[in-house]
Design a protein around this ligand. Structure first.
Ligand code: NAD
Ligand code: ZN
Length: 361
């Protein structure tokens, strides 16, 4: 028999506060297995500024930093290559530490799963396909909004789809939330990734899957987003700390519900054009007043406050075939549409409706 109510794991350990990243060495010390090293996957935006991350990691026992590019979102093939490289060198490391945004956090989760499961990461895209517990893994966000630090999924682009590895073994064993790490994020990127959190809230709170669990986290995250993105009086330090917690709560909100129209359509864009998650969500959400009237109105206000100009005409040159692919990727995400529009969603939306929206982007 299948359980009616999902029994989700949560991140069991979290440290929060300015400077908490300095504790990483002592946190990891208790998890080191013999002489087996730790592997740090670090966003390559920090490669040259070694004082920010690298110099603060007390590397020992062959611990290794692998800098990863986040030009493109993580791919199953990239995970497979990294796993092979790590296995060839270390057999099994003591743990994987991801330091970066949603891209690097997802990569770290996926690598830790694939170090203890056979085959390709693509074999595990879906729900509850992972058999063995992942290697110990730690997440250290350096930009906030995706909720990847708290979620039960790792979103990967595979040979035939962009889909998460959703499993009980996906969440981090430890998260380090140090607001100082996000203070230098460039304004546009800060906004796009922050809006991912805002959109999680809107889609969760307006969805048919809503329940008291999701609502309690979603409302808190939404209030924080309003403080951060509308109220210019917030001190930068406060805003960073609050954004970290908004991202956390937004992620918790969708854990027990789902995202909606913007995410479904943004997945289609990402698959065909490679549009990244944060900016893709913004570009789509901006045109969804029919589905989320209040949410979109507030979003437009936030854009104005922060002088954000979204790219226009990104679908101007797409072929009919590309449009078909985008649409079918978006429409394949049943739970998102069911959450957004209800059980009879297939009567309310179809390829033509989506194509008309895509053409406007
Ligand atoms: P990202 O990780 O791609 O980073 C965005 C940009 O910000 C990159 O150029 C990066 O180098 C830069 N950056 C990061 N930290 C910085 C810092 N401190 N200073 C300066 N620059 C910095 O973007 P993201 O929006 O955090 O993550 C998007 C990814 O997250 C997508 O791959 C998406 O699929 C995934 N995602 C996952 C979940 C989940 O639950 N697992 C949820 C939502 C999104
Ligand atoms: Zn998202």
């Amino acid at each position: 028999t299948t359980a009616t109510h999902k029994n989700f794991p949560m991140v069991p350990r979290v440290v929060f506060g300015n400077g908490s990243f300095n504790q990483i060495d002592s946190i990891l010390a208790t998890e080191r297995k013999g002489l087996s090293p730790f592997v740090f996957l670090v966003d390559d935006v920090f490669k040259d500024n070694t004082a920010f991350i690298e110099d603060r990691l007390a590397l020992k026992n062959g611990d290794k930093i692998i800098y990863v590019s986040t030009k493109e979102e993580p791919k199953t093939s990239q995970v497979d290559t990294l796993v092979q490289e790590i296995k060839d060198k270390y057999i099994l490391p003591s743990g994987i530490i991801g330091i970066g945004g949603g891209s690097v956090l997802d990569l770290a989760k996926a690598v830790s799963i694939m170090l203890s499961n056979p085959g390709s990461a693509a074999d595990y895209q879906g729900w509850d396909l992972v058999k063995n517990k992942a290697v110990y893994h730690v997440g250290v966000p350096t930009i906030s909004g995706t909720g990847a630090e708290v979620s039960r999924t790792t979103v990967l682009t595979g040979p035939d789809r962009k889909l998460g590895i959703n499993s009980d073994y996906t969440p981090f064993d430890q998260v380090i939330l140090d607001p100082e790490l996000i203070k230098n994020v460039p304004n546009d990127q800060w906004f796009y990734t922050g809006m991912d959190c805002y959109i999680h809230c809107v889609e969760s709170l307006n969805g048919t899957y809503l329940n008291a669990f999701s609502q309690s986290y979603g409302e808190k995250a939404l209030d924080l987003c309003k403080e951060i993105f509308l109220d210019g009086s917030l001190d930068k330090n406060d805003a960073d700390a609050k954004l970290m917690m908004a991202s956390w709560h937004g992620g918790m909100s969708i854990a027990y519900s789902q995202v909606g129209v913007a995410h479904a359509m943004s997945y289609g864009l990402a698959y065909v054009l490679g549009t990244k998650h944060g900016i893709g969500n913004c570009i789509v959400f901006d045109k969804l007043e029919a589905y989320y009237p209040e949410g979109v109105a507030l979003f437009k206000e936030m854009k104005k406050v922060h002088n954000i100009t979204l790219p226009m005409g990104i679908c101007a040159d797409v072929t009919e075939e590309q449009l078909d692919t985008m649409t079918s990727v978006a429409l394949s995400l049943d739970p998102l549409w069911e959450n957004a529009l209800g059980a009879d969603w297939k009567d309310k939306v179809n390829a033509d409706v989506l194509k008309a929206i895509y053409r406007k982007l």
